[in-house]
Write a protein that binds this ligand. Structure first.
Ligand SMILES: Cc1cc2nc3c(=O)[nH]c(=O)nc-3n(C[C@H](O)[C@H](O)[C@H](O)COP(=O)(O)OP(=O)(O)OC[C@H]3O[C@@H](n4cnc5c(N)ncnc54)[C@H](O)[C@@H]3O)c2cc1C
Length: 355
């Protein structure tokens, strides 16, 4: 069968599922995307893209490849959908210590950090938009995706070229590659933190990392940049800001908690003293792996069952290029990066029930 006619059923229309669907459709495949309409990660996310890891002032994994690709990916979709959901936003890291400023000053001299770091100037020491005792550094190549408009537009893009089914996937209805009487060539599972419920890939080591955010109203915070220290602050217009997020390891529920609200507001106090009004509080669950790499590949026995998951806390940066590589793997037989391939965990995939 020619690759252009291959028929895929994708389960899950979060960021993973829609990215894979877009890439497969672009390569001429026949795509059906199924989702149960309950999303607690991609829709809750701030959608921020930051090339640096502040903790150690290092570059994020494969960032030199991810950033140019994602700019083309999101801007291309904006053009095709005649909309605007991908925005540049300067991120300013408010240093916590002199040592942290020292790390920045050292790294800013390096050629490989030049694309991502502005050299500090006097204005970075005197910046008064937040508490700035040790000065602050301005990151380059920083963006955010407005998540709800993004999903509205890309789902329309997909349904114009493929099929979207609003329904819950039930493994009892799958027999080989036949689902509810329709024959597919391949099934791709993109279920995010719900992967442990998956019959074939559920034993892969995927952690459910809860995250909570607040939306606040502030009269003091600047609206032209995102401040970062102990938490991120993303301006949303009209003096409203999304702030967060927490990392909860032992609570895979999707309800909001007072503890997280207190933690976020306490973190905010490292940036401003203002008593802010909280206008929204949301919770979601990131699908994370211990080695911080995505989980992609094909089942060892069921060779037409595949998984695309494990985007962790940086899905909006990783998804565009990783999904393109995944589509090349599926349709053109290109090898998968062994850092993301589930074969690194092969011994943990147990035999599922026979289909
Ligand atoms: C609070 C918070 C803040 C975040 N902020 C950022 C950020 O600023 N930048 C960033 O890059 N990333 C951020 N992330 C991470 C990002 O959200 C994830 O990396 C990404 O959204 C994961 O996407 P996914 O499609 O794999 O999972 P999901 O978004 O969870 O999507 C999975 C989909 O599969 C569906 N599904 C599951 N099982 C079934 C079934 N049986 N039948 C039908 N449908 C099913 C679900 O309903 C869901 O819609 C944040 C996450 C959280 C929680």
């Amino acid at each position: 069968m020619s690759s252009s006619k291959r028929k895929f059923l994708i389960i899950g229309a979060g960021l993973s599922g829609v990215s894979v669907a877009i890439q497969l459709i672009r390569k001429g495949a026949d795509v059906t995307l199924m989702d149960n309409g309950v999303n607690f990660s991609s829709y809750v996310a701030a959608g921020m893209i930051n090339p640096l890891v502040f903790r150690r002032m290092t570059k994020s994994w494969r960032v030199d490849e991810f950033i140019p690709y994602l700019k083309k990916f999101y801007r291309g979709l904006e053009t095709e959908t005649n909309s605007s959901f991908f925005h540049e936003i300067p991120i300013r890291r408010m240093f916590s210590t002199e040592q942290e400023r020292g790390f920045w000053l050292k790294k800013q001299e390096r050629e490989d950090f030049e694309p991502y770091m502005n050299k500090m100037t006097e204005a970075d020491y005197t910046f008064s938009g937040g508490k700035n005792p040790f000065g602050s550094g301005r990151v380059k190549e920083t963006f955010y995706v407005e998540v709800l408009p993004f999903f509205e537009k890309v789902k329309k893009w997909i349904s114009d070229r493929g099929k979207i089914v609003n329904s819950a996937f039930n493994s009892d209805d799958l027999s080989g590659t036949m689902y509810n009487g329709v024959e597919y060539d391949d099934i791709i599972f993109c279920q995010g933190y719900l992967n442990p419920t998956n019959e074939w890939f559920g034993s892969l080591p995927l952690d459910q990392t809860k995250g909570e955010t607040l939306t606040i109203k502030s009269e003091q915070l600047p609206e032209d940049c995102s401040l970062n220290r102990k938490c991120f602050i993303l301006p949303k217009g009209n003096h409203t800001f999304k702030i967060g997020s927490t990392y909860g390891w032992n609570d895979p529920t999707t309800h909001v908690t007072e503890d997280a609200k207190t933690e976020i507001l306490n973190n905010l106090s490292y940036i401003i003293d203002e008593t802010v009004e909280v206008i929204d509080h949301a919770a979601g669950i990131r699908p994370t792996t211990r080695d911080r790499r995505p989980l992609l590949g094909t089942h060892s026995e069921f060779r037409n069952y595949h998984i695309f998951n494990g985007l962790g806390a940086k899905g909006y940066m990783l998804a565009p290029l990783i999904s393109s590589e995944f589509a090349e793997y599926l349709l053109e037989g290109n090898g998968l990066d062994k850092e993301v391939n589930i074969t690194r965990y092969n011994s943990t995939i147990h035999s599922p029930k026979s289909k």
